[in-house]
Each structure stands twice: as structure tokens, then as C-alpha cells.
Design a protein around this ligand. Structure first.
Ligand code: HEM
Length: 423
């Protein structure tokens, strides 16, 4: 049951655009789940869904919803990818590459994760203060992807710049507020073109001389007799950087921030580092790095008794769903021993876990469920275990700014300042 105490207050419209909401969206989402769970945001020109069951339904409904809006954000910057495809076309594109990112086929890449994490950690001082964001989280995911692709280590910096510029060109806000092509978007397009030119000869080379890296595998992979074209591979590489870089970066930062803000939970994890796995799941529920996903309603759809007409943008506020008090008790508390959350590897189609445990929606759900869910988890858990080898008694540094910031469709703190002793 949704219970919310309404005093005298500003309207939802006013609050949606307030600084207060940008600083902490959870109180307003709570009010919306109770008062207006299906809300048309005039400024954004999109319907906002905030209840868990509604978000699950929207993610799982591949008949009335399309992913075509991505062709106006990601598609403009790096061309068509699986993310903006629907139906059979999406299934085939995904099947070509997906096997490389899970299970036995993904295990060989663990070594790249460990090596790149160690390289970054080796640069840390023996003791003192480190900003985990600057020194670790913004670097690790991109370095790992570049490494997996078989690119030269000396090009890490270039890839980092390309991906940051592409990321900046993908604003959901720009897309929904108007259809113009912004300066940032133009720069994003340019960054993709540079990256595409750089990888083109490597892709050609791997066709005749495969060397066991991810590009060699993608070049030769096929499903239903289809392979990715050169343009599709170039777009997929950009998608990997954008979808797997910023997100995992923020995921590790969010997990450490919540642990540092909850010292008793951090102590439990430091005592038993296997618990990083549960901490990752709880982070994905409590503070998901990607708080919402867009869909386009091609038909009329009804949620919580409200009918959304056809041809409308719908914003699935998964972070609100993850904090729905009718599903997760005391949702704003970060607890790695929850008995209402499915606490290990995610399930693509299953939001209802066993024994009353529910899945978080941090990786989405259904056919577009995150391709890199295993990779993100391994990077966060292995990376954090290696960080603990270096940092004894990690704690929040005095004066650390732990405020979460909403930017380019992600939510995370700008820094994670950790003070630690010599191991
Ligand atoms: C904590 C880190 C991550 C988060 C929070 C995250 C989040 C998401 C979400 C919410 C979706 C669903 C999109 C939708 O339904 O429209 C998604 C899809 C996707 N993710 Fe991730 N992701 C993460 C890490 C990664 C990594 C490491 C990769 C690299 C392989 C990756 C690649 C993708 C791709 C390619 C898709 C599109 C899948 C499809 O359209 O079928 N993600 N991700």
C-alpha cells in the first residue's frame, strides 16, 4: 500500500525542475508513486513511471513499446546499434555478440580486468588520501574494454577522450525538449568518426588474421547466418565504450560511497570480501548509476489505471521502482543483508526472485537487459577486492563531498575521497 503524508507543498511539476529534486530525487519519486505514478512531465515531454510493478511491465512489454528513441540519441552519434532495434532484428544483432559477455566465454577476460585494476592501484600512494573516481573508477572500465578489444595500451587516453565526448553528446534532455542537434552532439559525432577511422584497418586485419581478441571474435561471430557489417562493428565498439564505461565507473563509485557512508556495512565487507557481491546488488537497487530508461509507446498503454496515448515517450524511472516501499522495506537504507532483494547475479527475465526476493531493475529487464551485467559485476567486485589489498582501514576522508549529481543520464558523486593506511 502506498502511504504518503502530504502537507502544503509545491506541485510535482514545480518540484521536478527544482534544485531540490536534482540533489535528491527520492522524496519526490516517493510522492509520485503515491499520488501520480503515471505523470506527464510537460518540460520533458514524456510520461514518467515510478512504481515497481509499472516499470517491470513497461520493460517487459515489447509489443506496445519500441526502443526507437535511441536512434535519436545514440544513433545520431554512432549509427544504429542493437539498443535502438526492436523485434527480430534486435534479437539477431544481440545474439551475434552476446555470448562473448557471459559465462565461460567471458572468463578469459577476467585477466584483463585484474591487470588493468592492478596497474591503476599501483599508482596509489602507500597511504594517505585517494580520489577513487579520478584514480580508478573513470579509468578501469574504459581501459578494460580497450584491452579486451586488443587495442594498444598507449591509446587508452585517446579512447578515454573519445568516450567522454560521445557521452556528452547523448543528452536525453536535449532529445525530449527539442529535436535540434546541439554543439555537444556534433562533437560526439566527430569523436565517433575518429574512433571508427582508427578501428577500421584493425577490423579489416582481424578478418584475415584473427588473434583471439574481442574484435577478432566479433568480426567472425554470426547468428542465423548474419554477421555484423563494418559500420555495425564500429557502432558496437562505440556503444561498448559508452554503455560499459560511464555506467560501471559510476557503479563502483556509488557502491564505495554507500559503503563509506555506512561504516558498519563496510566493516562487514572488509571482514568477508565475498560480500562485495551483495554490496554490488544493493548498490544497483539503492543507488543505480543509470536511474531511468526511455521507451516509445507505439500503442496506447495503461499503467496504474492511467492510459498513455500512442506515440508518446515514456521514461521508466527504474531508480524509483527500486525504492518502491511496497516491494523493498525501508528502501532508502543501504543494507547488504536484505531479505527482500535477489542478492547475486542478475536474471534477465526474472524480477521475482525466490522466497519473496525481488530483482533490482538497475540493468533494465527483458530483451534489452544489459549485455554487460556480468562484466560490470566482475569489474566492481574484483576491482574492490584488489583495492582492499592496497588500502588498509579505508574510510571517508575528512571534507569528502558525497553528494550525488545527476548528469548525462547517470547519477553518482563527483568524487570518492578515501583515506587509508599502509597495508
Ligand atoms: C553498472 C554498470 C552498468 C549499468 C548500470 C548498465 C545499465 C544498463 C541498462 C539499464 C540497460 C538497458 C537499456 C534499455 O532497456 O533500454 C543496459 C543495456 C546495455 N548495456 Fe549496460 N549497464 C552497465 C554495464 C555495462 C557494460 C560493462 C557493458 C559492456 C558490455 C554494457 C553494455 C550494454 C549494452 C550493449 C546494452 C544494450 C543491450 C540491448 O539493447 O539488448 N553495460 N545497460
Amino acid at each position: 500500500m502506498y502511504v504518503f503524508n502530504m502537507g502544503t507543498q509545491l506541485s510535482i511539476d514545480e518540484l521536478l525542475n527544482s534544485e531540490e529534486h536534482h540533489a535528491d530525487p527520492y522524496p519526490l519519486w516517493k510522492r509520485m508513486r503515491h499520488e501520480a505514478p503515471v505523470f506527464f512531465d510537460k518540460k520533458l515531454n514524456a510520461w514518467l513511471l515510478t512504481r515497481y510493478e509499472d516499470c517491470v511491465e513497461a520493460f517487459s512489454n515489447h509489443t506496445d513499446f519500441s526502443n526507437q528513441l535511441y536512434s535519436k540519441t545514440l544513433g545520431v552519434v554512432f549509427g544504429p546499434t542493437m539498443l535502438d532495434k526492436d523485434g527480430h532484428e534486435h534479437v539477431v544483432q544481440r545474439r551475434i555478440v552476446a555470448p562473448e559477455f557471459v559465462g565461460k566465454r567471458f572468463e578469459p577476460y577476467y585477466e584483463a580486468i585484474e591487470r588493468n585494476a592492478r596497474n591503476l592501484i599501483n599508482e596509489f600512494p602507500d597511504d594517505g588520501v585517494v580520489d577513487l573516481v579520478n584514480s580508478f573508477t573513470t579509468r578501469l572500465p574504459v581501459n578494460v574494454i580497450v584491452d579486451m578489444l586488443g587495442m594498444d595500451q598507449s591509446d587508452h587516453e585517446r579512447f578515454h577522450d573519445w568516450y567522454t565526448t560521445m557521452m556528452a553528446g547523448l543528452s536525453v534532455k536535449d532529445l525530449l525538449e527539442s529535436q535540434f542537434s546541439s554543439e555537444k552532439q556534433n562533437l560526439g559525432v566527430l569523436a565517433h568518426q575518429q574512433l571508427a577511422e582508427y578501428v577500421a584497418p584493425i577490423i579489416e586485419d582481424r578478418k584475415s588474421c584473427p588473434v583471439g581478441d574481442l574484435i577478432s571474435k566479433i568480426v567472425h561471430a554470426e547468428a542465423e547466418g548474419q554477421k555484423l557489417t563494418l559500420t555495425e562493428i564500429q557502432a558496437f565498439i562505440s556503444l561498448l565504450l559508452v554503455a560499459g564505461g560511464e555506467t560501471t565507473d559510476k557503479g563502483i563509485a556509488n557502491m564505495w560511497t554507500q559503503l563509506l557512508l555506512n561504516p558498519e556495512q563496510l566493516d562487514a565487507v572488509l571482514d568477508d570480501q565475498d560480500l562485495f557481491d551483495a554490496a554490488f546488488s544493493e548498490m544497483m537497487r539503492h543507488s543505480p548509476p543509470v536511474p531511468g530508461q526511455l521507451r516509445y509507446a507505439v500503442n496506447e498503454v495503461t499503467f496504474s489505471g492511467v492510459t498513455i496515448p500512442a506515440n508518446q515517450a515514456v521514461y521508466i524511472q527504474l531508480a524509483s521502482a527500486n525504492n518502491d516501499e511496497t516491494v523493498f522495506s525501508d528502501p532508502r537504507s543501504f543494507k547488504i543483508d536484505r531479505d527482500d532483494l535477489h542478492l547475486s547475479k542478475e536474471r534477465k527475465m526474472g524480477h521475482h526472485g525466490d522466497e519473496g526476493r525481488y530483482g533490482h531493475l538497475g540493468f533494465g529487464l527483458g530483451k534489452h537487459f544489459c549485455l554487460g551485467y556480468e562484466m560490470a559485476r566482475v569489474e566492481a567486485v574484483m576491482g574492490s577486492t584488489l583495492l582492499c589489498e592496497k588500502m588498509k582501514n579505508p574510510r571517508l576522508a575528512p571534507g569528502a563531498d558525497t553528494a550525488f549529481i545527476m548528469k548525462s543520464g547517470t547519477r553518482s558523486p563527483k568524487e570518492v575521497l578515501i583515506e587509508y593506511d599502509q597495508a
